[in-house]
Write a protein that binds this ligand. Structure first.
Ligand SMILES: [Fe+2]
Ligand SMILES: [Fe+2]
Length: 229
């Protein structure tokens, strides 16, 4: 970020940042998003994609013909572009995993299996895209697709939970405050290069539209019933 006059993250977090600069950054609506928060909020988008898959699994079993295959296809495309090509490949595999492996310790032991899970996820996404391409899911594909959703969801829930609580924390601990700050700027650059604009906001809006189309947008419907007694 050497070529930028006022690197956004450093304005707010750098030790040398003048209060006036920080104030002007706040006034313009720009707020700091650290590298780890960036990764974790991306997981939030991916979890919403899995909630869509999870809702579609019983629908596929119950009434395959009425399942909106296009919404599933859109979800898989979002997962491919935002989750696999960007979050996993350009951030985790390029920057997080090598640093965590190098730092050693308990978190380093996760790296190889996490990479294998990324690869398995890609294979499953290929499959989801293929069986939903025509705009409908065939009766023969319904059960295998529902099972793929369930297995994928369990794998990724475990995967992101370990990344959030172990791997990202080890990565943060391995870097100095300055390095972490620079990585935050770098991630922002990669995001802009990849999507040409704010990829996260775009992904949130897109997943919201898919939820809307499937009747999943109102989260009040997911409030659990009172337990018996
Ligand atoms: Fe990952
Ligand atoms: Fe991740």
């Amino acid at each position: 970020m050497k070529d930028f006059a006022i690197p956004r993250r450093r304005v707010l977090t750098g030790v040398a940042a003048a209060p006036a600069l920080a104030l002007s950054a706040c006034a313009s609506g720009e707020k700091d998003v650290g590298a780890v928060e960036d990764l974790m909020r991306e997981h939030g988008v991916l979890r919403r994609a899995f909630l869509i898959y999870q809702e579609c699994a019983p629908r596929l079993r119950r009434d395959t013909a009425r399942v909106d295959a296009r919404a599933i296809h859109d979800t898989a495309q979002l997962f491919r572009r935002f989750g696999e090509d960007y979050h996993e490949r350009k951030l985790e595999e390029a920057h997080i995993f090598p640093a965590v492996k190098k730092a050693g310790g308990p978190a380093a032991a996760y790296v190889d299996v996490l990479k294998r899970q990324h690869d398995r996820g890609r294979a499953i996404t290929d499959y989801v895209l293929a069986v939903t391409k025509s705009g409908s899911v065939s009766a023969a594909d319904a059960e295998p697709l529902a099972r793929a959703f369930e297995a994928f969801q369990i794998m990724y829930a475990n995967h992101t939970a370990r990344e959030d609580t172990v791997v990202f924390q080890a990565w943060r601990n391995a870097l100095s405050a300055r390095e972490l700050d620079e990585m935050g700027d770098k991630f922002e650059d990669i995001e802009k290069q990849t999507f040409g604009h704010d990829g996260f906001e775009d992904a949130v809006a897109r997943i919201g539209r898919i939820e809307q189309s499937l009747g999943l947008a109102d989260i009040a419907q997911f409030t659990a019933p009172l337990p018996p007694g």
